[in-house]
Design a protein around this ligand. Structure first.
Ligand code: 6PG
Length: 235
């Protein structure tokens, strides 16, 4: 068994709904533990299509959401009204029901440039208690996670476990819009990291990553994670 495969904790459910419920229960327990321990909890979530059922399940869990701060793993450089906005996805699916009481710190800021927006988001997020208690990652079929796209020109710097800053800009041909993303150190230091993926294509890619025969960006994130990453997969 490869080192990485031995390192991760694998969770599998027969359906996306059951996987979402399983992950939501685990995340709610982790957030509650953090509140118990320190009086507050922090979670960074990813966008895309996979998290919707998970957000809806998590939004209904009975934890003390008033003491939870939610932020994003990454964001497209679009305003909150855009259908491409991860902040909009979170507001419409996660910050509802009981979770409506949580504090939300989005990454997008309406500034002249994306560099200015990254700078402002970094200043705001610097006030959070780091490391994050929970990070929920997704993965593209190209092996990107967060906005760490394989075709980003400065991918080595992006994946550097000692990269500077809290929020950085990523531009890559495959990313669609320019992106804002938490930096590698601020993701891998999380007390709990889950990768939430579905489908056969992502299963075969993550198997290749765990066997060491593919090394897309997600591989470096899993390898450098401070805790054992937990992978949640359904067909
Ligand atoms: C984003 C996400 C990104 C996402 C993957 C998987 O802004 O798109 O943060 O990293 O997790 O692209 O997206 P799907 O869940 O849509 O496959």
């Amino acid at each position: 068994m490869s080192d990485l495969r031995a390192r991760i904790v694998w969770h599998e459910e027969p359906s996306a709904a059951q996987l979402a419920a399983d992950l939501a229960d685990t995340v709610a327990a982790r957030l509650s533990e953090a509140i118990e321990r320190s009086g507050s909890a922090t979670i960074a979530v990813s966008g895309g299509t996979t998290p919707k059922l998970f957000f809806q399940a998590l939004s209904r869990t009975a934890i003390d959401w008033r003491n939870v701060t939610v932020t994003l793993v990454d964001e497209r450089f679009v305003d909150g009204a855009s259908p491409r906005s991860n902040a909009r996805l979170v507001r419409e699916n996660f910050l509802r029901n009981r979770a409506a009481a949580a504090r939300f710190e989005p990454l997008y800021r309406a500034r002249e440039s994306i560099a200015d927006a990254a700078c402002e988001a970094s200043l705001v997020l610097a006030r959070l208690a780091w490391p994050l208690d929970v990070v929920i990652l997704g993965m593209g079929t190209d092996g990107h996670t967060a906005s760490f796209f394989p075709d980003a020109a400065d991918l080595d710097a992006i994946l550097d476990p000692d990269a500077p800053g809290i929020v950085r800009v990523v531009e890559a041909p495959s990313a669609g819009e320019p992106r804002l993303t938490l930096t590698m150190p601020h993701l891998i230091s999380a007390r709990f990291m889950a990768l939430h993926i579905e489908g056969a294509a992502k299963r075969s890619l993550i198997d290749a990553v765990l066997d060491g025969t593919a090394t897309p960006p997600i591989a470096g994130v899993l390898e450098h994670a401070a805790t054992r990453p937990e992978i949640y997969w359904a067909p």
